[in-house]
Ligand binder design. Structure first.
Ligand code: HEC
Ligand code: HEC
Ligand code: HEC
Length: 416
């Protein structure tokens, strides 16, 4: 009979070693996963060495005044939801923060580039051209990527997209695709080697992120963009955006207006005040000067019409001015430097279309609050009928060396 003896422990040695090895491997795997997770937490989608890119992107966002359209008053910056009135209805700017559910959290740099360059959302949807991709299409891929890096770095904010409120047929994808087929072409900024570096920089800024022509070039009745910023009534006809050409002797005053919202000759109003607040006041001096170099090369505006010599000014207008305006703007329309804009020689007063003037005087308001003028002075509204307002404006446009034509009650009525 054979006796089975318990095996010597050494017989188990290979198995023990194997188990030990497995244990070590499992532990190492867990450790590695833990380390890797930790690394992922420490480094979000943008690597830390990109801090300079993020800073560049933050500046580019100011060149494009992105926050202006993509922030509601009181809402988180870039979280969207702001309604923008167009002649076809109201459209709502989306949430640009990296929130997964409601913002651009799941977007890639390529998706973002497609939005900027082609005006299409992540799902391929055509975006409405109130998002000025007709100009942003000229932005370089490098600038788009830096903007993207910056937008990834802002705090995510949850704010669901609001549906556009467009009238039929403008609310159909077909209408938008048709519009794009007629008016939109992907573009790229082509530098002109014969021009100076400043001119080229200015042109890139004005035609691309600055999207100046979006308001300063006249559009046709389907909202088709123009490319020469020769001035005209903005879509919706409530504001007149003047020709962007500037004479060399106006450079200083235009740069001051873009930088501070005010110049010795006037203040920025309405949509332009927003461009100053969210955009140009933050532009570097070098970029503002480059812009001014470019603006001087644009075609000059046609000579504005003037009042016939010897035209008489309405007494009622003079009386209204003395009672309601002279305290601030001066008996000779001279204003008070840095406080009340002059009305004598003020380009807004002399403009071809007096719509901005009607808004300014009827609704009053404040000059834009900028870093340079954090607490701007205000002007009270004036509740007077169209005919009286027309007389007042005719007086202002024809006094103290001003030589612009009279304003009729009908023009005042149409400016509403
Ligand atoms: C004049 C207003 C305006 C300005 C300035 C503006 N946007 Fe927009 N943007 C819009 C509107 C309106 C939409 C909505 C388009 C749509 O949904 O059809 C939009 C949509 C977008 C989208 C697509 C978002 C989505 O959810 O599909 C991106 C990306 C975007 N904008 C980025 C920018 C960036 C970056 C800037 C600055 C360089 C900028 N926008 C400046 C108005 C503006
Ligand atoms: C209490 C002082 C005050 C009174 C009174 C006043 N304004 Fe003003 N006005 C201002 C200030 C401050 C601004 C700049 C802020 C702005 O654009 O609203 C301004 C701006 C304007 C502008 C726009 C100028 C530009 O460069 O954009 C016009 C035009 C104007 N006023 C005309 C008038 C007329 C006409 C009256 C009389 C009915 C009047 N104002 C009464 C203080 C006043
Ligand atoms: C959202 C529309 C809009 C955009 C974008 C815009 N502007 Fe304007 N701009 C206006 C309107 C409206 C006026 C007339 C009101 C006023 O005089 O402030 C104006 C006026 C001006 C004036 C004359 C201001 C004065 O009172 O004499 C200058 C200069 C100007 N814009 C430059 C620019 C430049 C440069 C850009 C691009 C960086 C630009 N604008 C982009 C709407 C716009």
């Amino acid at each position: 009979m054979k006796i089975t003896r318990p095996k010597h422990w050494s017989a188990w040695l290979p198995l023990i070693l194997l188990l030990l090895l497995a244990g070590v491997l499992i532990a190492a795997g867990g450790w590695w996963r833990w380390v890797a997770d930790d690394r992922r937490l420490a480094a979000p989608s943008v690597a830390p060495q990109d801090a300079a890119t993020i800073a560049r992107g933050a500046y580019l966002a100011k060149l494009g005044s992105c926050a202006g359209c993509h922030t509601t008053s009181g809402g988180a910056t870039f979280a969207g939801g702001r309604g923008i009135a167009t002649p076809f209805g109201i459209v709502y700017a989306g949430n640009l923060t990296p929130d997964d559910a409601t913002g651009l959290g799941r977007w890639s740099a390529d998706d973002f580039w497609r939005a900027m360059h082609e005006g299409r959302g992540r799902d391929g949807r055509a975006l409405v051209p109130a998002f000025p991709y007709t100009e942003f299409t000229k932005v370089t891929r490098g600038d788009s990527d830096a903007l993207w890096a910056y937008l990834r770095s802002v705090p995510p904010a949850s704010r669901p997209r609001r549906e556009h409120e467009l009238a039929f047929p403008y609310n159909t994808p077909l209408a938008l695709e048709a519009w794009r087929a007629i008016y939109f072409e992907r573009g790229a900024f082509e530098p002109e080697p014969a021009r100076s570096a400043d001119w080229n920089r200015g042109a890139y800024l004005a035609q691309g992120l600055g999207h100046c022509a979006a308001c300063h070039a006249p559009r046709d009745r389907f909202g088709g963009p123009g490319d020469v910023p020769s001035g005209g009534l903005m879509a919706g006809e409530r504001w007149w955006a003047p020709a962007l050409y500037i004479h060399p002797r106006e450079v200083e005053s235009v740069v001051a207006l873009l930088k501070t919202g005010q110049s010795a000759h006037g203040t920025a109003m309405g949509p332009m005040a927003e461009v100053v607040v969210w955009g140009t006041q933050h532009w570097s001096d070098a970029d503002l000067n480059a812009l001014a170099v470019y603006l001087q090369s644009l075609p000059p505006a046609p000579a504005r019409p003037t009042a016939p010599a010897g035209a008489t000014l309405p007494d009622r207008g003079q009386g209204l001015y003395a009672n309601r305006c002279a305290d601030c703007h001066g008996t000779r329309g001279e204003g008070v430097p840095g406080v009340y804009p002059p009305l004598a020689g003020n380009p807004s007063v002399l403009q071809v279309e007096p719509v901005n003037l009607v808004h300014a005087v009827r609704h009053g308001g404040f000059a834009p609050a900028t870093l340079a003028h954090p607490r701007p002075f205000g002007m009270p509204p004036n509740d007077i009928d169209d005919a009286a307002l027309a007389d007042l404006l005719t007086f202002v446009r024809g006094s103290w060396g001003n030589d612009a034509p009279a304003v009729s009650a009908l023009q005042v009525f149409h400016a509403r």
